[in-house]
Design a protein around this ligand. Structure first.
Ligand SMILES: Nc1ncnc2c1ncn2[C@@H]1O[C@H](COP(=O)(O)OP(=O)(O)OP(=O)(O)O)[C@@H](O)[C@H]1O
Ligand SMILES: [Mg+2]
Length: 516
């Protein structure tokens, strides 16, 4: 038998707490109560609740404030805001901050019960779908390295790392911006015999030419105007360790000469100094420039090029390994969650399909920024297509067939099989799918308008809440109104579509005062 659903009531009014406790306990719910937002949040942190009744107006923390906290400490709890005044403003705010629903005081017991029933069911659906479908692509152990990539090109990169890590050879990492060159450099260092010694990264492009030598080799006091003290350079500081020279293609020729000497002879001189200092540094260099061309154009020293290019790791562009996108997204979301920067757990299946079809000119860095931005705008715990940046929406829209574009790209308007948007790349194993194949409907308990089952559930409970409100009539009126609009007042077509005779249609049109 299922254990009783746990409900938390947060209200500073003891009468409300008492009456809700009484009503709900009588229906076998396990009810807890808190008399302030702060207390409620504390309880929700310690225990998980299926549903939380939250008063909007309380002494101290307001309901709306508490709602936002609760959404992050108890993302799966269905929160029902209780308000004395049913203003549109409150309703919009409550829903915007992820409330399941709101109820106006004083309340009708029947309404409360039906709302709780619905909330508990929505919670179960959410949790079930999460446990059924949400299995992280990899567990956190697999992400320990902080580098994600199952695709063939990334597997090649990992193999190379394994080959070069424990030798002391100089490694050159090339690839477009944002492909993970620095990440790979750090990974090589972590797996090297020098792992316990320093890793220092210097971005050559960020330091002006006249300062780079001092930065790398240090200077003696008085070496140049402004050199008021002796300074130790990165080569010296990094003795025994690994120096990562990023954007090495941006380095001036004289500095290149000195680097070559440091590599070949293992010695440096501080700027303005006579003394030769022995250094033992392993160098890893990176660039997104075409060094071969630079050598041809004589802007990069050929001898340094060969000295650096002992081992070369070419980072694949993300568009050449789009099958890694789902795992990267999952990894990024896990990391954001760990840092408590988001409550988002996943991307909808369609959203992920879109992300996996985009060519990512800024590579993994761009994907990372996108995921961060989407995690901020997503309302529930799932990123939907509407949360994606405009450039992705436009990209997908441009590749859709005309007929799909009538109302622009929308969630649940699944890409047809003839859609030119590429499906997930073949090498994503089906085992990866469940993490993203969850319907988009359960977002913080809010039903997507287009989710039929959710819609029917809502309608049904509305019907039960308002038995005498002629819901069927309301439905019929709305349906006829829409069909008449769609058929532009053509009664023959409309009656066909509705499945009623023309006479009945006419009767209804006058009964509901629908005109076209
Ligand atoms: N395979 C990967 N797995 C996880 N995160 C990655 C991966 N590749 C890159 N990243 C992340 O993407 C961002 C960019 O990576 P990184 O700085 O290493 O790129 P880069 O090639 O050095 O870029 P640039 O040329 O612009 O300096 C970083 O935040 C990094 O953690
Ligand atoms: Mg970099």
């Amino acid at each position: 038998m299922q254990s009783p659903a746990k409900i938390l009531v947060i209200d500073d009014d003891s009468e409300i707490r008492y009456s809700l406790e009484r009503v709900l306990s009588a229906r076998q719910y396990a009810v807890s109560a808190a008399s302030s937002g702060e207390e409620g949040i504390e309880q929700a942190e310690q225990e998980s609740f299926e549903a939380i009744f939250l008063d909007n107006r309380m002494q101290g923390m307001s309901g709306m404030e508490a709602l936002q906290h609760l959404r992050s400490v108890a993302p799966n709890a269905m929160i029902i805001l209780m308000t004395a005044f049913g203003t549109t403003q409150t309703a919009i705010e409550a829903m915007k901050f992820g409330a399941f629903d709101y109820i106006i005081k004083p309340f009708d017991i029947k309404k409360v019960l039906s709302l709780v029933e619905r909330a508990v069911q929505a919670h179960r659906d959410l949790v079930d779908s999460a446990t059924e479908h949400y299995s992280p692509l990899l567990n956190s152990e697999d992400y320990k390295e902080g580098i994600v990539g199952d695709s063939d090109p990334m597997q090649e990169v990992f193999k190379m790392i394994g080959q070069v890590a424990t030798s002391d050879v100089t490694v050159m990492v090339t690839g477009e911006s944002g492909t993970g060159k620095e990440l790979i450099a750090r990974c090589i260092w972590q797996h090297s015999l020098r792992a316990k010694k320093a890793f220092i990264a210097v971005n050559c492009a960020a330091i002006p030419d006249n300062l780079i030598e001092s930065e790398l080799f240090g200077h003696e006091k008085g070496a140049f105007t402004g050199a008021t003290n002796q300074r130790t350079g990165k080569f010296e500081l990094c003795d025994g360790g690994t120096l990562f020279l990023d954007e090495i293609g941006d380095m001036a020729l004289p500095t290149q000469t000195k680097i070559l000497r440091a590599l070949q002879e293992g010695e440096i001189q501080r700027v303005g100094g006579e003394k030769v200092i022995k250094v033992d540094v392993r160098l890893i260099a990176a660039t997104n420039k075409n060094l071969e061309r630079m050598v041809e154009e004589k802007t990069f020293r050929e001898d340094l090029y060969y000295r650096l290019n002992v081992m070369r790791i070419r980072m694949p562009s993300l568009r050449d390994r789009l099958s890694d996108v789902p795992a990267l997204v999952d990894f990024m979301l896990q990391r954001l969650r760990k840092d408590r920067k988001t409550r988002v757990r996943r991307v909808s299946a369609e959203g992920l399909e879109w992300l996996t079809s985009y060519p990512w000119p800024g590579n993994v860095r761009e994907l990372e920024n996108t995921v961060q931005r989407c995690a901020v705008v997503a309302q529930g715990d799932t990123i939907l297509t509407k949360d994606l940046p405009k450039e992705i929406i436009d990209f997908v829209a441009a590749r859709r067939p005309e007929s799909d574009l009538v109302e622009g790209p929308s969630e649940n308007k699944k890409l047809s099989s003839s859609s030119p948007v590429e499906p997930l790349a073949d090498d994503v194993s089906p085992a990866l799918e469940p993490a993203v194949s969850e319907p988009d409907a359960f977002v913080g308990g809010l039903d997507s308008e287009l989710d039929c089952e959710g819609l029917l559930d809502r309608l049904y409970s509305k019907l039960r809440e308002n038995v005498d409100s002629n819901l069927l009539e309301e439905l019929e009126r709305e349906m006829i109104r829409r069909v008449i609009a769609e058929t532009e007042g053509n009664q023959v077509k409309a009656s066909q579509l509705l499945g009623i005779t023309r006479a009945t249609l006419r009767k209804r049109l006058s009964q509901y005062e629908i005109r076209y």
